[in-house]
Design a protein around this ligand. Structure first.
Ligand code: UDP
Ligand code: MG
Length: 309
């Protein structure tokens, strides 16, 4: 029997874990040629999540879990799960059933054919409740795909199946700032995307806030594009060019009309604000990249586990 690993990051998911597990066991019964191996990664939950995982582990020997020493973020949880999975194929999915488990047999068939190394999923519709967020989200994909060489698939979920070879490739990227959507695409290989309609959470609530989504988008851009650095260069170039023209105009004017008083307090202030604004913005952009370098060179571990079972 082949082994199929399921990697599931969980953060405060006491309401969803058992529902998820029951649903997956039903799917497992339908594909008897595979033995399921579950790896739940408890990403520093503060509710009873870890107790539920301990219980599951006691009753089902194929259920494993890693308890993080604190919250390290979903990206770190994904890394830990992939690292410990032993299956021939590995599925990465959320615990809230927003990633439809009914797709698993189809994903398995596709990857078994050998034509693909990974089968991912993408949502073709979004949660109607967050119109503004959806609007910005589509802009984010448009921008990042313009300025990055790595193609980030719009609406792609982390939900995917991978071959062992692809899992090892993902793990070979040891970076601390892990933007999974980019990493999965960066490794290349033959990938296919299955589309599905958005499904709401079965229970519990999302741990993402608007602020964390903004930070996540910036992280994606900084990790997979150097274009913002070029932006400071271009802004500097343009203001230098404008300054040059003005110098020539003022110089010429000095000879044509030597006594002319230069008036214009308003224009002075505008120019001053504009130029210092551009400088601060550039510093901010450079600073953002430096902060990533800083985190990388410290070479801190991607996660710390309190318990692995
Ligand atoms: N999650 C995690 N660490 C975090 C945030 C989320 O492990 O810091 C897990 C969470 O338990 C869930 C999955 O990642 O299984 C997706 O989270 P969520 O459903 O909150 O995000 P959404 O589906 O709204 O994007
Ligand atoms: Mg969710």
């Amino acid at each position: 029997m082949e082994k199929l690993s399921i990697v599931i990051p969980v953060l405060n998911e006491q309401e969803t874990i058992n529902i998820f597990f029951e649903t997956l066991e039903k799917i497992s019964a339908k594909i008897p040629q595979y033995e399921f191996e579950y790896w739940f990664i408890d990403d520093g939950s503060t509710d009873t999540t870890i107790k539920i995982l301990e219980e599951l582990h006691q009753s089902f020997p194929n259920v494993h879990f890693i308890e993080f020493s604190r919250n390290f973020g979903k990206e770190s949880a994904i890394y830990a799960g992939l690292q410990h999975s032993t299956g021939k194929f590995v599925i990465l999915m959320d615990v809230d059933l927003q990633d439809p488990p009914e797709l698993i047999p189809e994903m398995l068939r596709t990857i078994e054919s050998g034509d693909f190394d990974s089968v991912g999923t993408k949502r073709i519709s979004r949660d109607k409740k967050h119109r503004i967020l959806n609007f910005f989200s589509s802009y984010f994909y448009a921008i990042i795909n313009k300025i990055s060489n790595t193609h980030i698939v719009e609406g792609a979920r982390d939900y995917r199946i991978m071959t062992r070879q692809m899992v090892d490739s993902i793990l070979s990227m040891q970076e601390y700032n892990r933007f999974s959507k980019g990493l999965f695409s960066w490794v290349g290989f033959k990938q296919k995307y299955i589309e599905y309609e958005n499904i709401n959470r079965v229970a519990g609530k999302t741990s993402w806030s608007v602020w964390s989504l903004i930070k996540y988008s910036i992280e994606g851009i900084v990790s997979f594009s150097q274009a913002p650095l070029m932006l400071s260069f271009f802004m500097g170039f343009i203001s230098f060019f404008i300054a040059l023209i003005f110098i020539i105009i003022l110089f010429v004017r000095h000879f044509i009309d030597p006594g002319a008083a230069i008036n214009g307090w308003t224009s002075m202030v505008v120019i001053l604000l504009m130029v210092s604004g551009v400088q601060l913005l550039s510093l901010g952009i450079i600073g953002r990249y430096i902060s990533n370098i800083y985190l990388e060179v410290k070479k801190r571990p991607i996660y710390l586990a309190r318990k692995i079972k």
